[in-house]
Design a protein around this ligand. Structure first.
Ligand SMILES: Cc1ncc(COP(=O)(O)O)c(C=O)c1O
Length: 375
C-alpha cells in the first residue's frame, strides 16, 4: 500500500528556483570554420578576432599528449603566474571554467534563500543567474545615462538583507567604466557582511588606457570582496574557458575552491592560460590593434551622427536614429552579427565587438548602406 502511494507521487522537478531562472542562454552561432560560419563576421559575443599566440598553441598541443591523465586540480603553475601578474597571494586566487563559472559560485557562497543582491541593469547576466539559483532576490538599479554602473543609486538600494553587491567595469553591454572614486565609495560603503564583487572581464583593455586600479582600491576595504577576470577576451582564449578570481582573504578563496567541480580546467586550458600570461608581446599586439580599430569605428559612427557610449573594452555601444532591431537585421543580412540591447529606450542600441580589420570594414560598409536608418 505504502509502496503504491509512493509510486503515484508526482514528479516536481525541476525545483521552482530553477524554473524561475529568467536569464536567456547565449545566442547560438554556426561554427566559425563551417562553410556558413566562415562567411560570418562574429561581432556579437565580444570574442577576440585574433587567434591565440603560437606559443599558446604549442603549449596547448603539448598538453594534449597527456590528455588521458586528469589535469592538475590545484592549477599550481597557472595560479603562480596569476600571483606574479597581479601581486595577489596564491592563497587568495581561485580558477574557473571561464569567469562565468566563478560568477555563479560567488553567488552560491554569499547568498542564502531570501537574501538580496544589488546589481546594475543592464549588465552581464551570469552572477544574477547565480543569485536566482541560490534563492536570492535581485535588486536592480538602472545604469546612469552614460552606461556606467550607478554606484550612488546602487548604494541607496542596500538593506540589512543585502549579501552581494555586483559591479561590472567596463560594464557589459554598455562599456561604461567606473572611476577610482566610485569604486572607492563602494569599497568603503558596502557593509562588511556583504560580498563586493567586481567583474573585470575586460580589465586588460581598461588597464591599457590607464583605467583605475580596482585591485589596489579594494585592498583597502575591510569587508570581503572578489574580483573576477577572464582569459576569453584580451588573451584570445574564449573557446578554452578559463577565468580566475582574486579574493580578499583565503577564507573567501577557500569557499570558491570548495565550489569548484574536480578538475574543472582541462589540461590544454591550464597550459594555454599559463603560456598566454607569459606571452606579453601577443597581449600588447591584441590591445594595440583592438584600441586602434575601436577608434576608427568610433570616429566613423560619430561622423554618421550616432550616439556613442564611451567604453574601454573590445566593443562599442551606440544608438542609431532608427530602431536597433532593424539595423541589426540589415547587418545580419550582410553576414555581420551584432548584439541588440533593449536599452536605453524603446529604440534600443547596438553593441558591436571590435573584430579583425576586414570584419570591421564589413560592419562599416553595412552601416553605411543602412545610413538612412542612422541619421
Ligand atoms: C562582463 C563579463 N563578465 C564575465 C564574462 C564571462 O566570460 P568567460 O566566462 O568567458 O570568462 C563575460 C563574457 O562576455 C563578460 O562580458
Amino acid at each position: 500500500m505504502g509502496i503504491q502511494s509512493e509510486k503515484t507521487r508526482r514528479m516536481t522537478l525541476p525545483s521552482s528556483r530553477i524554473k524561475a531562472v529568467t536569464f536567456p542562454p547565449p545566442p547560438t552561432t554556426v561554427e566559425p570554420d563551417s562553410k556558413e560560419g566562415a562567411k560570418l563576421a562574429r561581432m556579437h559575443l565580444n570574442e577576440a578576432p585574433f587567434g591565440p599566440s603560437p606559443r599558446v598553441l604549442t603549449a596547448a598541443a603539448e598538453a594534449l599528449t597527456n590528455a588521458h591523465r586528469y589535469p592538475d586540480h590545484n592549477a599550481v603553475e597557472l595560479i603562480g603566474r596569476i600571483a606574479a601578474l597581479t601581486g595577489v597571494e596564491r592563497s587568495c586566487i581561485s580558477v574557473g571554467n571561464g569567469s562565468g563559472e566563478i560568477l555563479i559560485a560567488v553567488a552560491q557562497l554569499a547568498i542564502e534563500v531570501g537574501d538580496e543582491a544589488v546589481f546594475p541593469a543592464p549588465t552581464f547576466p551570469t552572477c544574477g543567474k547565480g543569485v536566482q539559483i541560490a534563492g536570492g532576490k535581485l535588486i536592480e538599479a538602472p545604469l546612469r545615462d552614460d552606461g556606467v554602473n550607478d554606484v550612488a543609486s546602487m548604494l541607496a538600494a542596500l538593506t540589512d538583507r543585502t549579501k552581494l553587491f555586483y559591479l561590472c567595469t567596463p560594464n557589459n553591454p554598455t562599456g561604461g567604466v567606473l572611476s577610482a572614486g566610485e569604486i572607492a565609495v563602494a569599497a568603503d560603503t558596502v557593509p562588511d557582511d556583504c560580498l563586493l564583487v567586481v567583474d573585470e572581464a575586460y580589465h586588460e583593455f581598461a588597464n591599457a588606457e590607464g583605467g583605475p586600479d580596482v585591485l589596489s582600491i579594494l585592498q583597502r576595504r575591510t569587508g570581503p570582496w572578489v574580483v573576477t577576470r577572464s582569459f576569453s577576451k584580451a588573451y584570445c582564449l574564449a573557446g578554452l574557458r578559463t577565468g580566475y578570481a582574486l579574493c580578499s582573504s583565503p577564507d573567501i578563496r577557500d569557499a570558491l575552491w570548495a565550489l569548484r567541480s574536480n578538475f574543472n580546467l582541462s589540461r590544454p586550458a591550464l597550459a594555454a592560460a599559463s603560456a598566454a600570461i607569459a606571452d606579453t608581446e601577443h597581449l600588447a599586439h591584441v590591445l594595440r590593434q583592438t584600441l586602434a580599430e575601436r577608434d576608427r569605428i568610433a570616429q566613423t559612427l560619430q561622423k554618421m551622427g550616432c550616439r556613442l557610449y564611451s567604453g574601454s573594452a573590445n566593443f562599442l555601444t551606440f544608438q542609431a536614429n532608427g530602431d536597433a532591431v532593424n539595423l541589426a537585421t540589415m547587418l545580419g543580412e550582410q553576414g555581420v552579427l551584432v548584439q541588440v540591447l533593449p536599452w536605453p529606450n524603446s529604440k534600443g542600441s547596438i553593441r558591436v565587438t571590435i573584430g579583425s580589420r576586414e570584419e570591421n570594414d564589413r560592419f562599416l560598409t553595412g552601416i553605411a548602406a543602412a545610413r538612412k536608418d542612422i541619421v
